[in-house]
Design a protein around this ligand. Structure first.
Ligand code: PMP
Length: 402
């Protein structure tokens, strides 16, 4: 087992053992080229073929329609906080050349730390009015935490925004939109302005490829850093609708903020995501992960397994809450499948829980430094057996504490 532990970390996070083993071989000799994958040219025919298979694998498994391009870039989710704003402001400028910055509105749905950061970045960039459509803290139990998806009645989108932004899964706070269309915690797609191609942007960093994406075709941009479900850090995957791939220089001539070429979706699209040197190794590993997913049965398989994993963990958290040992942090219905957060009650109890977990070969359970508590990340590489080990430990911990 290479001395490996169970890694419940939030990202970078566990990758499948079979992929790591295969990548070892590729590091020495990529597809019989005699060169390792970290050594080979990104313009070699072998790498370009790998890249196009990788793209096809994403397109097929997620059912991405021909209206949308799949692009690869770097800079993580954080670079996209700016890139989506700059590209969609350029698009809006071309559509509405006379709109004043004050009349150019960016709608942000703020359900956690990451969407808040994205909205803050949009404010930094200027050139538009940043509106918080909803702030989930208003609907929280304590009036200050991100612990819920707000009620649909509160989502008052602007009539003609340059973008509408949400984060599908809030990695730090453990809050996620439900994919059950009947749930009050589902994203209110039915409330979006409908008279134009809606400029809907979703940060899927921590839930990409864990289950199908609802209303994928209605999105302008979906993006995800790879370092959770997909591969190592250093790769960002973008799904961009054609109308959002715009001539940013033409927009700048009309007064839009100039867009650095490397952040421009058109640059990426026109160059087949090879405008500059991409993260060759991260793409390679992510390609292996996608191929393994395909062989396992694709998203229907992962959706079922991930549903069961999350259900088990939340059942244990609820049981602990009834026993006065744990306290859940997220309101019912808004709980993330990928990042389950809770508190361990009592003086020194959290440390005891973490120490006990580590003794049993389970790491990465400490909550994000900004919110504390426990966070169990349940990305695709975490198996059901590994979750069962955690549940056995939680059960043991509850028995000892009561
Ligand atoms: N969005 C979400 C939902 C995230 O979880 C993260 C990182 N954990 C980011 C954005 C920022 O991504 P990066 O560190 O790749 O810039």
């Amino acid at each position: 087992d290479h001395g490996r532990v169970i890694n419940f970390g939030a990202g970078p996070s566990a990758l499948p053992l079979s992929v790591l083993e295969e990548a070892q071989k590729g590091l020495l000799n990529f597809q019989g080229t005699g060169m390792g994958v970290a050594e080979i040219s990104h313009r070699s025919k072998e790498f370009q073929a790998f890249l196009s298979d990788f793209e096809a694998n994403i397109r097929t498994q997620l059912d991405v329609p021909p209206t949308h391009r799949i692009l690869f870039t770097q800079g993580g989710g954080t670079a996209q906080f700016s890139a989506v704003v700059l590209n969609l402001l350029a698009r809006y400028r071309l559509l509405r050349p006379d709109a004043a910055p004050a009349d150019t509105v960016l709608d942000y749905v703020v359900t956690g730390s990451w969407s808040k950061k994205a909205a803050d970045e949009a404010r930094r960039l200027g050139g538009a009015t940043v509106r918080t459509v909803v702030d989930a803290r208003v609907y929280s139990k304590d009036g200050k935490s991100f612990d819920n998806v707000p009620p649909h009645a509160e989502f008052a989108f602007s009539a003609d925004p340059a973008l509408i932004y949400y984060c599908e899964n809030e990695t730090v706070d453990g809050v996620e939109f439900s994919h059950d269309p009947q749930s009050p915690a589902a994203f209110p797609f039915h409330l979006l302005p409908r008279d134009t191609l809606v400029p809907l942007v979703a940060d899927y960093s921590s839930s990409f490829m864990c289950r199908p994406i609802p209303h994928l075709a209605d999105h302008a941009v979906i993006y995800a850093g790879a370092q959770k479900n997909i591969g190592p850090a250093g790769l960002t995957i973008l799904i961009v609708r054609e109308d959002c791939i715009v001539d940013v220089d033409a927009a700048a001539k009309l007064g839009a903020t100039p867009v650095p070429l490397i952040l421009s979706y058109k640059t990426l699209a026109d160059s087949g995501s090879l405008y500059n040197t991409p993260s060759v190794f991260a793409i390679y590993m992510a390609g292996l992960v996608l191929e393994r997913m395909r062989q396992n049965g694709g998203l229907p398989y992962y959706e079922e397994v991930n549903r069961r994993k999350a259900k088990k963990v939340y059942a244990a958290i609820h049981e602990g809450e009834q026993k006065g040992v744990f306290r859940r942090k997220v309101q019912q219905g808004s709980e993330s499948w990928m990042n389950a957060v809770f508190e361990v009650l009592g003086e020194g109890a959290e440390k005891k829980f973490l120490d006990g977990a580590e003794k049993r070969g389970m790491k990465g359970l400490k909550g994000h430094r900004s919110v504390g508590g426990i966070r169990v990340s349940l990305y695709n590489a975490i198996t059901e057996e590994e979750v069962d080990k955690l549940i056995a430990y939680m059960t043991e911990f509850m028995a000892e504490a009561t």
